[in-house]
Design a protein around this ligand. Structure first.
Ligand SMILES: C[S@@+](CC[C@H](N)C(=O)[O-])C[C@H]1O[C@@H](n2cnc3c(N)ncnc32)[C@H](O)[C@@H]1O
Length: 263
């Protein structure tokens, strides 16, 4: 994944926000089984980004190591943890080559990461290598539930690109999660998936446009810059004609899932 740059890192943080009670539920789903098994556990998060998942975990006082390749994401993360960072270490590194000893962590967290790494098998093996016996791998992801205006706007963009001769490929994330699950099972491990939070977000058409314009979703990055600008101009025009008020919010239903695998 290309480094995001500071502006995009802040936009990422704003747009992919979890309400506090959702963050709390996710943190509990991750920390409770680890806490029950290990004293003073040490958590590692791969591709920590701006700390959407990591900050609520480390705020509970655990040892926490954050890894990301992108310095802009790590800087936003650093700002956010000022004051609660006593037991936190930030490491700019690649998940495929972790600078840690075998068995150094009691939990490894990976959220919205595997689909960004073409040779994800290396990252998965590294995650399992640095996990202590009996430790847990937590993979997490957000899923929207049902139809929403946000989906409609994204679908419209796909149609505009198709009219311009470009086929946008979506669904890589889900496909990768299935591949990783097969790999874990092949290794004799037993991944278990559960929905840990459900909520409704209010999002305006302007914000849906912003998410595409800032290339916040990895699938948007396939589109070459010139085509991107042309297609966005058309999309803006369509949204303006279609929605009378660009700032009137509409609901999006979300859920967050965690797949837990014991090492
Ligand atoms: C889609 S963001 C997800 C961030 C965070 N996990 C979340 O859910 O909010 C993916 C993050 O993984 C980082 N990343 C991409 N490839 C990576 C790699 N090979 N090793 C470590 N981090 C990587 C990106 O820089 C980005 O911060």
């Amino acid at each position: 994944m290309e480094p995001a740059g500071g502006r995009v890192a802040f936009a990422y943080d704003r747009m992919r926000y979890h309400p506090p009670e959702v963050s709390g539920r996710i943190a509990t789903a991750i920390t409770a089984p680890v806490e029950a098994r290990f004293r003073d556990p040490h958590f590692l998060e791969l591709g920590v980004g701006t700390g959407r998942i990591g900050v609520p975990v480390l705020a509970r006082g655990y040892r926490f190591t954050a890894v990301d390749t992108d310095p802009a994401m790590l800087s936003v993360f650093r700002y956010k943890i000022a004051g609660v960072a006593r037991k936190v270490r930030l490491v700019q590194a690649d998940a495929r080559e972790l600078p840690f000893e075998k068995g150094s962590f009691h939990a490894v967290i990976s959220v919205h990461l595997w689909h960004l790494i073409p040779d994800w098998q290396r990252a998965l093996l590294e995650a399992l290598r640095v996990l202590a016996p009996g430790g847990y791998l937590f993979e997490g992801w957000d899923e929207s539930v049902g139809e929403s205006e946000d989906c409609r706007i994204q679908e419209r963009w796909r149609a505009i690109l198709a009219e311009m001769g470009f086929e946008l490929v979506r669904g890589r994330h889900q496909a990768r999660l299935a591949e990783v699950e097969r790999a874990l099972t092949k290794l004799g491990l037993k991944p278990e998936t559960a929905v840990v939070a459900e909520w409704t977000e209010e999002r305006t058409p302007r914000q849906s446009l912003e998410a595409i314009a800032e290339r916040l979703y990895s699938y948007t990055r396939q589109v070459p810059p010139e085509l991107y600008l042309r297609s966005l101009r058309e999309l803006f025009a369509w949204v303006e004609a279609h929605y009378r008020d660009l700032d009137r919010p509409y609901p999006i239903r979300w859920r967050f899932l965690i797949r837990r695998t014991e090492r």
